[in-house]
Design a protein around this ligand. Structure first.
Ligand code: FEO
Length: 169
């Protein structure tokens, strides 16, 4: 059984992941609005990944005999200043998610809950990839100064991104 505290924190993390899905959908909408549909695709794929992250927790809570408690999803950013601004916010967002996963892992360790600890390892590893990708993409955006013809090249590159169900372990 899950402790009440871990059950609550897992539910909160599930909400964080659904919120992340919203954030990335909002970023996708921004890029569609400025006709960069390839970069919008990059964020749609990111949103799908976040949905997967949330649902993985959803099923884990149930498997552990806990209660899934869906909460209100906060409104994401809807005003972006520039393409560069979006990628800066995306990296900041991933850093926050890493912190919340680490906090959750600290609690699992404190409670000696091996199942939650093992489950969260996937997220710890995933966050390394999430931050690396967000950092690399921001780096590319900085290289082109977030504007000009370089944007069209990135639009082409990011149009190729596809969602594949992440490896479980
Ligand atoms: Fe679910 Fe992008 O972390």
């Amino acid at each position: 059984m899950l402790s009440k505290k871990l059950e609550k924190e897992l539910n909160n993390q599930m909400n964080n992941e659904f919120f992340a899905e919203y954030e990335y959908l909002s970023m996708a909408a921004y890029f569609h609005s400025i006709n960069l549909d390839g970069i919008a695709n990059y964020f749609h794929v990111q949103a799908q990944e976040e949905h997967f992250h949330a649902m993985k927790i959803f099923h884990f809570i149930l498997d552990k005999g806990g209660k899934v408690q869906l909460q209100q999803i906060a409104q994401p950013d809807i005003d972006f200043k520039s393409p560069l601004d979006v990628f800066e916010k995306a990296l900041e967002h991933e850093k926050k998610v890493t912190k919340s996963i680490n906090k959750l892992m600290d609690e699992a360790i404190k409670e000696n809950d091996h199942a939650v600890n093992s489950f969260l390892r996937w997220y710890v590893d995933e966050q390394v990839e999430e931050e690396a990708l967000a950092g690399k993409s921001l780096g590319k955006m900085k290289l082109i100064n977030g504007q000009g013809e370089g944007l069209l090249i990135l639009d082409q590159e990011f149009s190729q991104r596809t969602f594949t169900v992440p490896k479980e372990n």
